[in-house]
Design a protein around this ligand. Structure first.
Ligand code: SF4
Length: 502
């Protein structure tokens, strides 16, 4: 399925793979046809793609799934979720219906869209089948994506797609339907006559949701489901098949360990579920035209996320920060566009109790090192290290007592966190209740986004209403430098689109 033109798999290496770990079936390499827009992902892809496509397609899908998950965590209504993910889907994972082209499914554009959708699903299946938690989250987000697309599908194409699935739904004969008519009317809300509907007999486990709601008649392990509940049945089918396949994939995973091209990509992807961090580029935090100097950091700190704001407050209070706090903060400041000279000046002025000699001998080297001015590996010379993402900061398990780095949403006690938020002007009871709940469920970056949305609610409303920003410009923040840039732009340049896309 993967092609890397410069590094094709060495046939000798392929032959040395442990035979016990071989796939269950011999793959047949072929291009697939995609007659339908929707896909239930029963057939794994077998044609070749490049390693670049492998990674990029997976990242694009991950971006969509991470946003779907974030919407659900933030209890967004179906309508809000739809308006949030529609532009993202158009941008990262478009999927047109056959009627979008006069050539229908034969149109190469439609074929490419469907191929990307198909392959990216299977790549992420590999990345997210390793643990039960990842499998559960992946199946949930994929089911929500499928539901959204299913509901949006052209009704004729949807019918053709369902017929193609050969589902195990047994149509109820007219005779049987009339025999159980009273039971059907009694169990089905709003039904007056049984002949208003087409009925199917389905194993009850396949429609557990309907059974739980007591909205179907049951007999001998079969649920009698009206055609109008087709969506529930399809969703149940989709989820059941996906969960089964994820289990099977997890058992086949050890074989992949032997492929040193794919394993690092898959590991990277699975680490970033929920943050889609891979889409952040180092220059993304820069704000064109903004004056970022040592003397402007105090006033700019109002735009900093809580992790950096708390470091800044500590620095001002104690005229000092410990090593890891300095490193986290220096890289962030570099990421917002503070030059090396200004950064050295900033730290020099901040460490009020130190002499020039002490500063130069104890601190200056580390600042220059972070910027790539000295030391480090050759590849980083001149660039230094990238600013830390939320994923990296949140994943730090070594933030001990007395340390000020890390993410306050994860590393502070809830009471200290709430106190810190209040000291930055967040007093709204509903927001603080939401933050407590997010933190209790370990959804730290969701809590951070909740606070961002609250602190910028007027500006967000304005840029949405005047159409200068789209929903895609307001996706979930997963990087402290994105937080800064978005806050700065919203508060000071409310009309300019982010990321210099104008
Ligand atoms: Fe900083 Fe990210 Fe934590 Fe927000 S979620 S405080 S940006 S580390």
């Amino acid at each position: 399925m993967i092609r890397q033109d410069a590094h094709r798999i060495d046939p000798k290496r392929r032959a040395t793979i442990d035979p016990k770990k071989r796939q269950f079936a011999t793959p047949t390499y072929k291009q697939q046809d995609y007659p339908h827009r929707l896909n239930i992902y029963d057939t794994p892809p077998t044609a070749e793609i490049t390693l670049e496509q492998f990674e990029q397609w997976a990242i694009d899908r991950l971006k969509v799934l991470a946003e779907i998950e974030a919407c659900s965590y933030r209890n967004k209504s179906p309508a809000e979720t739809e308006s949030h993910i529609t532009p993202l889907l158009q941008k990262f994972l478009p999927l047109s219906s056959n009627t979008a082209s006069s050539n229908g499914a034969a149109d190469p554009r439609l074929r490419n869209e469907r191929q990307k959708d198909h392959y990216s699903h299977f790549i992420l299946r590999l990345a997210f089948s390793a643990t039960e938690d990842l499998r559960r989250r992946f199946a949930r987000a994929e089911t929500m994506l499928f539901r959204y697309r299913f509901q949006k599908d052209d009704s004729r194409e949807r019918r053709a797609f369902i017929e193609s699935l050969n589902l195990d739904w047994e149509p109820v004969s007219e005779e049987e339907r009339n025999q159980v008519a009273e039971n059907l009317i009694g169990a089905t809300l709003g039904l007056r006559r049984v002949d208003e509907e087409t009925w199917y007999k389905v194993d009850w486990e396949k429609v557990a949701e309907l059974v739980e709601r007591r909205s179907v008649f049951m007999k001998r392990g079969k649920a009698y489901v009206p055609g109008r509940e087709q969506l529930s049945m399809i969703m149940a089918e989709f989820t059941a098949r996906l969960e089964r396949s994820l289990e099977l994939t997890s058992r086949a995973l050890p074989r992949l360990d032997e492929d040193d091209r794919l394993t690092p990509i898959l590991n990277h992807l699975s680490k970033n579920f929920g943050s889609a961090e891979s889409v952040y580029s180092e220059s993304e935090g820069h704000v064109d035209g903004a004056a970022i100097t040592a003397s402007s950091i105090d006033s700019l700190s109002q735009h900093f996320p809580l992790c950096m704001r708390s470091l800044h407050m500590n620095l001002r209070k104690n005229n000092h920060l410990k090593h890891f706090g300095r490193l986290q903060y220096t890289l962030f400041l570099k990421g917002i566009g503070l030059s090396l000279e200004e950064c050295i000046l900033f730290w020099r002025q901040s460490f009020k109790g130190k002499t020039d000699d002490e500063f130069n001998s104890q601190y200056k080297y580390n600042i220059r090192h972070a910027y790539g001015d000295v030391g480090g590996d050759v590849n980083r010379r001149g660039r230094g290290y990238p600013p830390y993402s939320c994923q990296k900061i949140l994943g730090d398990n070594n933030v001990g007592i007395g340390q000020t780095h890390g993410c306050p949403y994860r590393h502070y006690s809830v009471d200290n966190l709430v106190g810190l938020l209040q000291s930055t002007g967040v007093h709204d009871k509903e927001v603080l209740r939401g933050v407590r709940e997010d933190v209790g469920k370990q959804r730290y970056h969701i809590a951070c986004n909740r606070v961002f949305e609250f602190s910028h609610k007027n500006e967000i409303k304005k840029v949405k209403e005047d159409g200068t920003w789209s929903q895609a410009d307001l996706d979930t923040i997963v990087h402290p430098n994105t937080y800064f840039k978005r806050s700065y732009l919203l508060k000071t340049l409310a009309k300019a689109p982010p990321r210099g896309e104008a």
